[in-house]
Design a protein around this ligand. Sequence first.
Ligand code: V47
Ligand code: SF4
Length: 355
Amino acid sequence: MSRRVFDKVYEGKRLDDKDALELFRSDDLFGIGRAAAFVSERLHGKKVFYTRNRHINPTNLCINRCKFCAFSRSVGQDGAYAHTIGEIIDKLAATASTFNELHIVGGLHPDWPFSYYLDLISEIKLAFPHVQIKAFTAVEIDHFTKISGRGLEATLAALKERGLDMLPGGGAEIFNENVRSRLCPEKIPASRWLEVHEAAHNIGIKTNATMLYGHIETYDDRIAHLMALRALQDRTRGFQAFIPLSYQPVESIAACSPSGIDDLKTIAISRLILDNFPHIKAYWIMLGEKICQIALYFGATDIDGTVIEEKIAHSAGASSAEALTAQQMIHLIKRAQKEPVERNATYEEVNATCA
Ligand code: V47
Ligand code: SF4
């Protein structure tokens, strides 16, 4: 590939669609990685962020049943579950001293009222006031507007009032509507996903963004996805991290997961295109610990958290561990010659207490 695109990066110029396609088609993995590392070091030096968090999935019952999702179940199906708020509080109480961020996402339950979600947030905040809550994908928020009869901003504001701190980036999948209709025909369209995040940003809720890649999409689809996120971020500045989600194979969509090379290239190119995003997150659960560690040389500056209990990727057969201790995360970062920094959900640095 020509030096032209790298020159633009080193001169601090914004890349366009054509540059992005040249990068995706290139086999100069190290050149791309070096350019992305240049950008991430300019932003954060040697710092790599991690968090002590815990995942909670209140239910796997879901009316959408996306084709790639091995986690969801229909009513009456083997393995279906729906936790009461009391069960969730008990689960959390058992490990409460080990996390300061909660990541809560689940299926679209066919019957739960909006009050379940409002009470869930309030009761968690009451029982664990030190914990920040990152909860509900844009897909869930849209569902809440339907079950509550409220508008988007009113729905988000009600959750914020109860203690919601931020939204995770799930549900974005791939924005191209043809691919989306094959992967997840029942899911909200891309335009609605973007609208939910814009509304959250407008009322002061920060969010993350994701992209599910490595299945049936093309490089052009990935580029259009990244460009749509960059355009929204130009307007709102409300995104904190972008998380490329490496597809975990399920039979009905595509048999193979992306290669390690594709994982690293996608992380690096995301860093180069999303010049207005503070962080690119290498999500070790879907990448595996070793690719995640190498990604720190390809533009990633966040490795997510301890997680404790992961159901979505592991339902699809992810071979990574289900949890890492804070000590293991620190070790992973230090062995890459980087500086581990513990953060909370909203990216404030916190003093590590369990290292
Ligand atoms: O929206 C489902 C994806 C997402 C598969 O914001 C799959 O900090 C790969 O969004 N292969 C949920 N991916 C996970 C997510 C997330 C994870 C960690 C941190 C954050 C954050 C967000 O998982 C879903 C869907 O896109 N998913 N099935 C699969 N087979
Ligand atoms: Fe439901 Fe989310 Fe799974 Fe789709 S990805 S079936 S919306 S839980």
